[in-house]
Ligand binder design. Structure first.
Ligand code: GLC
Length: 664
């Protein structure tokens, strides 16, 4: 049961696509106050768990901290951060009362979940203009599924996107890409994609390719594809200001860029230097910008990642003038207030003042950016997604974004942004996955190995062993950090062993992904959703269910030889150890210590279930799904989903095949 309450004049975000009747009065839960902005207050019971918030910091149970939906380009995901790149305003209270709340509000909104007062849930935003959806259901899982129904089907990528991808900021030439490809092929480590970061472009200009380094680009795209590798270029939000650059010229001429109050085009400095932001909230501008993806698609490109779309601003023209002015004043002083200068310089990036300096044109209405800030990444990706429907209506194109809002899940996936090579970030990665699924984002993953800071061999291996299960499995790192492609370390067979396991599991992972997408269900589930009566399971945050058959429990501690794991029912413990070896052991319900070596991938099959496993392959296309082995419990049945991975014939009953694990 979903009810919609309207306060003031909400901005039409198009997060929810189903028709939900407007309800009268106020929700049955909590207290609403609209006298000074908007607030929702609810007294939590001791046993209440609060789920949701998608891409947010900390735990699966969001209780005990404060989170702010305010899409931010912040590469330091320390425990104290309240805002990351996304705004996913769904929370679900699960305890004596069970209900979900979706705050459809496109600007800054704060979720104080037992932070100021441990028993108080308080959601506040500056303006009482929003739609509040209240969802009632039997339990948290049921509520989440109802939410998923009203926001529309999640994005489905092409099947190759379930392969492994290598990325690094700094690949500049054809040679760099050839070296990566060769590194993988020579070491027989599977690889399906290499990502092109900003250096492939001509001076960071969107939809251009550096001529000098990538002469005859279509031929190079083909060359890589002959090696089984797809190139996936990045697209940034800011369009470089440069006379003669066609996209800049067209945008200016047609008024497609975000404007200042006086009507001039707003200037934000990002990678290319001065840029303008395409006004993706404006339908015409969105169509125009989206159609530009065709330039690369026509050259053979089949996937993209959208970046810097919070939108990130290093500084604005105005901000720079203010700094210069301040520096002139400081220069007159006897003692220079260094800390003040530092704060001012740091405060220039992604500043709220700048977000108040430009406007969108939405159906002729001028809307100040800060009022709709959290919708920019969503609409940039929507621009691409809508264009793909025009450019290649029958085909799936890979797309994921950094910034997002609920609604964007229909057009693309996301990666979780600039994490670090920290052990704690493996755990953060794991905990975020089911929360993202709750908000509709199924095609997700983190930068494996860590983006910032120097990684270590064991960290990459342990992270990969989690990445085996995330739909997006990509190793990515920042320029200047230690190189972390799998072949950069000793004993590459350990890396091969883990990534081969991913490929062997693709028949299962892809089937479960597709079932989740087609049924508005979760691919990653908290244990509590499957074992609601089990008091241990309710608290587990470092193990997750994937699909309907398995549980995972990754190792995320340095130097650990294994880990403790809780089994809510008897399960078969499987360890993929490379060279086709799989160890199997039946474990009783309860607590166990399991040993897991660095090159191994552990998983647990639920009682009475089985999973299909293929032989290893070096690319997704070469997986032999005609010869699958079923592992798990005798007599169990498994419904395999399989399609050509390219087109959109999802509902065809021929895509489903029942497999039975016969008694030996
Ligand atoms: C941003 C992205 C990162 C990328 C870098 C350079 O920090 O999050 O993934 O490598 O920009 O484009």
């Amino acid at each position: 049961m979903v009810r919609k309450y309207i306060y003031g004049k909400p901005f039409h975000t198009e997060a929810v696509v189903a028709r939900v009747e407007k309800a009268e009065g106020n929700p049955a839960y909590g207290m609403i106050n609209v006298s000074d902005g908007f607030s929702f207050t609810y007294e939590m019971k001791e046993e209440d768990i609060v789920y949701g918030l998608g891409e947010a910091n900390r735990g699966l149970n969001k209780r005990g901290y404060c989170y702010v939906s305010d899409c931010a380009d912040d590469p330091n995901h320390t425990e104290d951060k309240r805002s990351l790149y996304a705004a996913h305003n769904l929370i679900v209270v699960s305890g004596r009362e069970n209900f979900g709340l979706f705050f459809d509000y496109p600007s800054v909104i704060t979720f104080d979940i037992g932070y100021t007062r441990s028993d108080l849930l308080k959601v506040t935003c500056a303006e009482a203009d929003l739609a509040l959806y209240v969802i009632e259901g039997e339990n948290a899982y049921d509520i989440v599924k109802q939410f998923r129904k009203i926001i529309g089907r999640s994005y489905i990528p092409p099947k190759f996107a379930f392969g492994f991808g290598q990325s690094r900021w700094g690949y500049k030439t054809k040679e760099d890409f050839r070296r990566v490809c060769e590194g993988y092929r020579k070491n027989q480590i599977p690889l399906d994609m290499i990502y092109m970061d900003i250096d492939y472009m001509e001076e960071y200009k969107d939809f251009t390719v550096n001529e000098e380094n990538f002469g005859d680009f279509p031929e190079f795209v083909r060359e890589m594809k002959d090696q089984g590798v797809r190139l996936i270029p990045i697209i940034d939000a800011g369009v470089k200001v440069e006379k003669g650059y066609d996209i800049y010229e067209e945008g200016v001429k047609n008024g497609y860029f975000c404007k200042r109050e006086d009507g001039s085009d707003f200037v934000a400095a990002v990678w290319p230097g001065d840029t303008h932001f395409p006004d993706v909230l404006n339908e015409d501008a969105r169509k125009w910008f989206g159609d530009k993806y065709r330039i690369l698609i026509d050259q053979g490109i089949e996937g993209f990642w959208n970046d810097m779309n919070e939108p990130a601003i290093f500084y604005s023209k105005e901000g720079m003038e203010e700094l210069k002015e301040a520096l002139r004043e400081y220069a007159e002083m006897d003692t220079v207030p260094l800390w003040k200068i530092r704060a001012q310089v740091e405060g220039m990036a992604n500043s709220h003042e700048d977000y108040q300096r430009f406007y969108h044109n939405v159906n002729g209405e001028k809307i100040r950016h800060d009022k709709v800030h959290n919708l920019f990444g969503y609409h940039m990706t929507r621009a691409a997604g809508e264009a793909f429907e025009r450019i290649a209506p029958e085909r799936r194109i890979l797309m994921f974004s950094r910034s997002s809002y609920v609604g964007m899940h229909r057009y693309g996936g996301i990666w979780t942004g600039d994490n670090k090579s920290w052990w704690s970030h493996i755990l953060l990665n794991l905990k975020m996955m089911p929360s993202l699924n709750m908000c509709g984002f199924l095609y997700t993953g983190a930068d494996i190995g860590g983006f910032g800071a120097d990684t270590t061999r064991d960290l990459v291996l342990r992270w990969l062993a989690l990445g085996v299960f995330t739909p997006l499995m990509r190793n990515h790192s920042a320029i200047g950090t230690r190189e972390q492609e799998c072949y950069q370390f000793e004993n590459t067979e350990d890396f091969r062993s883990i990534i081969e396991t991913r490929y062997r599991l693709i028949p299962y992972l892809y089937s479960e992904y597709m079932k989740a997408a087609l049924n508005d269900d979760l691919y990653f589930k908290p244990l509590a959703f499957v074992y609601p009566e089990d008091s241990f399971a309710r608290e587990v945050e470092d193990q997750m269910m994937i699909g309907n058959e398995i549980m995972i429990a990754p190792v995320y501690t340095q130097n650990a030889k294994g880990r403790y794991v809780y089994l809510p029912e008897p399960m078969k413990f499987l360890k993929f150890s490379g060279n086709g070896q799989i160890r199997e052991e039946l474990l009783e319900k309860g607590h166990h210590y399991v040993e897991v070596a660095l090159h191994e991938v552990p998983l647990f099959i639920r009682e009475g279930k089985c999973i299909p496993v293929a032989g290893a392959a070096s690319i997704v296309e070469e997986l032999d799904t005609a010869h699958l082995t079923l592992l798990g419990f005798e007599g169990a049945e498994y419904v395999l989903y399989e399609d050509d991975g390219v087109h959109k014939d999802y509902e065809n009953h021929k895509n489903f095949r029942t497999l039975i694990k016969r008694h030996a």
